[in-house]
Design a binder for this molecule. Sequence first.
Ligand code: IPE
Ligand code: IPE
Ligand code: MG
Length: 247
Amino acid sequence: MTDALSALTRSAGQGGGPPALPVHVGIIMDGNGRWAELRKKPRSSGHREGLRTAKTLVKAALDLGIKVLSLYAFSTENWKRTGEEVAFLMDLIGRHLKKEEKFYRENRIRVVHSGDPAGLPERVAGDLGDIRRLTAAYDGLTVNLAINYGGRDEIVRGVNRWLKGREGGESLTEEALSRCLDLPDLPEPDLIIRTGGESRLSNFLLWGSAYAELYFSDKLWPDWTRSDLEEALKFYAARDRKFGGLK
Ligand code: IPE
Ligand code: IPE
Ligand code: MG
């Protein structure tokens, strides 16, 4: 950790202002395809490299004391890609879940999933269920894998869940809908990072990011390192979060 950043993280939670370290960081891991194309390699090699980066950043988040890391791995819109790319990504995700089970357990990382498991290949949904169960008791870092995830889809599924339990002529409230979303116990994201040069959310955590700080980086995801995350945390620590109020 750089000296400047360690000073910031030390000051977190010591009173006198908001914590300098975000509790929940979300990352839109974008740029795998372009990383590969630049090297005249198939897009799949960019995804493989991107997964390596994801593991490096999970370790960094653990080390830095971040409590929740949400990783956007496959959106509800990514099914529009070629059958070959979709199949590769599903296979890569499935293999990762099996292979890294030990890594998550040894580091006492809780793995959760957001998104619709019903739309996933049975094997991937099963592997996600297994890793969730195996790591459910860990309370250090929580890694939220957003797979077949779309912010709009999450809201619609949440409203439908609420409608099923609705009593009488009750109206929907923000609190009631929040409780019906995929992971109601997770805090809302404080910081959303997008790599790869685009400045859009692409349907990521739409409800929860209402007051998240947004950080955009031109670097392609496979090139990201721990020091890029530290830069984003410095950006976050310098923000003045007002939530619509006055200071
Ligand atoms: C992000 O990288 C990973 C997924 C969407 C699965 P991309 O595959 O979108 O990479 P680019 O944007 O084409 O470079
Ligand atoms: C967002 O990236 C989805 C993930 C990182 C999983 P995309 O590459 O799919 O987003 P767009 O198409 O550029 O908006
Ligand atoms: Mg992209």
